[in-house]
Design a binder for this molecule. Sequence first.
Ligand code: ZN
Length: 362
Amino acid sequence: MESFADTVLYVKENSHAVRGCRHRTRSAHAGLARVRRWTPAGLLFAGRSARSEDPASSPDARGGRTCHGCSRRTSNRDLSQPRYAGYRCLARHGICANTTFDPEGRNYEGWYWYAADLQVPTLWDEARNAGLTTANMQWPVTAGAAIDFNVPQYWRAGTADDHKLLRLLSTPGLLELLERDTEALTDGADESIDGDQRRAKAAVRLLELKRPGFMTVYLASLDNVEHEHGPFSPEANATLEQIDALIGRLRAAAGGLAVVSVVSDHGFLKVDKEVHLLTAFRQHGLLDADETGHVKSWQATAWFSGATAAIRINPQAPSGTKDRVGGLLEELLKDANSGLARVLSGDEVKTIRGLPGSGFSG
Ligand SMILES: [Zn+2]
């Protein structure tokens, strides 16, 4: 008797469904091509909940918080609060940070929302190629993705207009259909447990109505709470228990044979130090900002991705700027309190497929 997965539900909170689970997907859809009735066997969840103990990103070595989501918090307007995460960004898939490189804040803090930025096939592509019906509930980088039933992750100002935009970006009629019997998704970047509960309810409805063979769902609140309170904190543990209940509901909706995978895009460490790299740049005249932190001009700046920062030199900067930046980074490196663990040259960054266009990375 065939007992293959009809549904792979992939739940996460912030990364991109482009790596890691292709093998599982192939195994699942190999059976799906033969089993036409809906007997879901695959759910894959991802959340910002992993707790890693990577020594390379230890608090002592790095300083700052480990987070893919820190990019938003290290916007150019936030020079006093940059936070770092400690993992290597792989440039090969085209999505290296939460936000695109935008040193002067012209893109209204725009994230990598658009599937057009992806440079490799995704799990949805693989599933679709195998004949599976695909679905998504607010997974990152899904605006414009080739998903059969898609509610992408997208927001702008957090006003009621966000909902109109989300309807336009979703599969026509889908969001209206899902919200007919459930609470509406919240506008803006809602990373609260309430936002997750709404997402989960909509995802359950999507499972019930469309019975996809492969589905991704994004739950964000644990990451948010761990950034605020640290891993293993009472707040984080309480949130984790609530998310666990949501996953239980999703699993029940998908059916007993569903394969459920819970994944995370980054780990967490308890840290007690923040690195203010852009502040150092400003103090050394490498960028100029107004009193609100908005960058007015820059000769060099940093593009944050977790606990790493790619240093980019403005093509219009005076000659010698790169040497000045290198000198500053060397100076910081010698200071045991700077929080800077390592500085990579541009060539080294290329070798490890780090953020493109980096003069340095630290
Ligand atoms: Zn995070």
